[in-house]
Design a protein around this ligand. Structure first.
Ligand SMILES: Nc1ncnc2c1ncn2[C@@H]1O[C@H](COP(=O)(O)OP(=O)(O)OP(=O)(O)O)[C@@H](O)[C@H]1O
Ligand SMILES: Nc1ccn([C@H]2C[C@H](O)[C@@H](COP(=O)(O)O)O2)c(=O)n1
Length: 227
C-alpha cells in the first residue's frame, strides 16, 4: 500500500504550501486537488457551460484534458498555472465542486496519484473521501482574517490589485459553500491532527506535520525528516 498523507483545510490555511514542503522533504509525490477543480471551472467557463448544471459538467470532468508537469498545470496543452490562481477561478472551482457526479468523475484521477514512494495530497476531502485510509491526516485552519491577509500579501507580491475587506468576504463565502455542500463537505476527518495556523509560521506548521509523520511512519520517513 502506498503511504499517503492527507492535508485538508479551508482556503488560505496553508495546506498547499505545507503539502509541497512535506512532499519535497520526503521525496514523495504531491497532489494539489484544488488545482483540478480550478482547471475544471476554467474549462467550463471557457466553454460557456452552466456551472450549476451537473450533467454537462460531469461529461467535461470525465474527459478533462488536464496534466500536471513539473510545477505547471496544463489544460489542453496550454499552461494555465497562473490563470487558475485568481479568486474568480477559486469561486468557479467551488461552484463546480458541489456536484456529486463531478466529484465522482475526478475520484479515480486523484487516487491514481498515489504512487510509490508516497503521496502528500491537499484539498477539502482528502482525508474523508479520496484517501480515507491515509495513515496520517492533517486539518489546517486559521481565522478568515488571517487567511485573507495571507492572500492579500500574495496578490500584492504579484503586483496585483487586492482589497482586504473584499477578500475576507470572498473567503467567508467560499468557506460556507465548501462546508455546507451535501457532497464531500469540508470537515475534519476522524483522527486528523488539527492545527490552527493563525499564529504559527510556515516553519512551525511544517515541523508539527513532520513530527506527526515520524510518529506515524517511523523509519520510512525518519532519515529524510530528522530535524
Ligand atoms: N502559517 C502561515 N503563516 C503565514 N503565511 C502563510 C502560512 N501558511 C501559508 N501562508 C501563506 O499564505 C498563502 C496561502 O497559502 P496556501 O496557498 O498554501 O493556502 P491554501 O490553503 O493551499 O489555499 P487555497 O486552498 O486557496 O489554495 C501563501 O502565500 C503562503 O505562503
Ligand atoms: N479536494 C477538493 C479541492 C478543492 N475543492 C474545491 C473547493 C475549493 O473552494 C476550490 C478551490 O480549491 P483550492 O485550490 O482553494 O484548494 O475547489 C474541493 O471541493 N475539493
Amino acid at each position: 500500500m502506498v503511504p499517503v498523507i492527507a492535508i485538508d483545510g479551508p482556503s488560505g490555511s496553508g495546506k498547499g504550501t505545507i503539502a509541497a514542503l512535506v512532499a519535497e522533504r520526503l521525496g514523495w509525490h504531491c497532489l494539489d486537488s484544488g488545482a483540478l477543480y480550478r482547471v475544471l471551472g476554467l474549462a467550463a467557463e471557457r466553454r460557456r457551460l452552466d456551472l450549476d448544471d451537473p450533467l454537462v459538467l460531469v461529461e467535461l470532468a470525465a474527459t478533462l484534458p488536464v496534466a500536471f508537469e513539473a510545477q505547471r498545470v496544463l489544460l489542453d496543452g496550454e499552461d494555465v498555472t497562473n490563470l487558475i490562481r485568481t479568486e474568480a477561478a477559486g469561486l468557479a472551482a467551488s461552484r463546480v465542486a458541489v456536484h456529486r457526479g463531478v466529484r465522482d468523475a475526478l475520484l479515480g484521477w486523484q487516487r491514481r496519484m498515489a504512487r510509490p514512494p508516497g503521496l502528500v495530497a491537499d484539498g477539502r476531502d482528502m482525508g474523508t473521501v479520496v484517501f480515507p485510509d491515509a495513515p496520517l491526516k492533517c486539518f489546517l485552519d486559521a481565522s478568515p482574517e488571517a487567511r485573507a491577509m495571507r492572500r492579500y500579501k500574495q496578490l500584492k507580491e504579484k503586483g496585483l490589485d487586492a482589497n482586504l475587506p473584499t477578500l475576507v468576504e470572498e473567503i467567508r463565502a467560499r468557506d460556507q459553500r465548501d462546508r455546507e455542500r451535501a457532497a464531500a463537505p469540508l470537515r475534519v476527518a476522524d483522527g486528523a491532527l488539527v492545527l490552527d495556523t493563525t499564529a504559527l509560521s510556515i516553519t512551525q506548521v511544517l515541523d508539527q506535520v513532520l513530527d506527526a509523520a515520524r510518529r506515524v511512519f517511523g523509519d520510512l520517513v525518519r532519515q529524510r525528516t530528522s530535524p
